[in-house]
Design a protein around this ligand. Structure first.
Ligand code: ZN
Length: 184
């Protein structure tokens, strides 16, 4: 919840991604496709916090309400939840960093990832770049993300970086339509 309005590290309009993500998640469930969630799950003295010389106010401290998923976000029973940034001394913007996400995806024979969440210019970007490095096809659903925009334009630059790394951009409704047309 910390990345949504009212949270410790709120992204402007961060809560607006919830209904669009829910539509995509439902479409994945209909197709019996795996759904993964990544979350920040920080110790109270995490290296990214200002108290330790990092960039950010304390956020997503494990076990606290701030680290919970935003209420209303659809979490399928079969979903896999990946916690990241849980070592005291390592930042992890990417869901692949310090986790078994890559092995888990590969063990399910996943070769294509559709991605959204918060924030465009940090965790979405780094997760996308790592996914490309690991050889996955990646589609970033640009209506399912919002940027911190610490410097104006950071979000747009992040999307450009992801495209340059070979990621596709699409809207959630394009992805849902594509899924429906590949129905077995
Ligand atoms: Zn964090």
């Amino acid at each position: 919840m910390d990345f949504c309005p009212g949270g410790a590290l709120a992204v402007k309009n961060g809560d607006k991604v919830v209904p669009v993500l829910n539509s995509v998640i439902e479409a994945f469930e209909r197709q019996r496709l795996p759904v993964f969630f990544t979350r920040d799950w920080h110790p109270i003295d995490h290296t990214s916090f200002k108290s330790r010389g990092g960039t950010w106010p304390p956020h997503c401290v494990k076990g606290t309400p701030g680290a919970e998923f935003q209420p209303g976000l659809r979490i399928p029973k079969a979903a896999v939840i990946i916690s990241k940034g849980s070592s005291r001394d390592a930042e992890a913007y990417s869901g692949f960093q310090g986790t078994d996400l890559e092995q888990r995806l590969k063990s399910l024979d996943v070769d294509e990832i559709f991605l959204g969440g918060l924030a465009t210019d940090y965790c979405v970007k780094e997760t996308t770049l790592d996914a490309r490095k690991a050889g996955f096809s990646v589609t970033v659903m640009d209506d399912c993300t919002r940027a911190v925009d610490a410097r104006p334009g950071d979000g747009d630059r992040a999307l450009a970086d992801m495209r340059r790394a070979g990621a596709k951009l699409a809207t959630s409704s394009e992805v849902i339509k594509q899924l429906a047309s590949t129905q077995q």
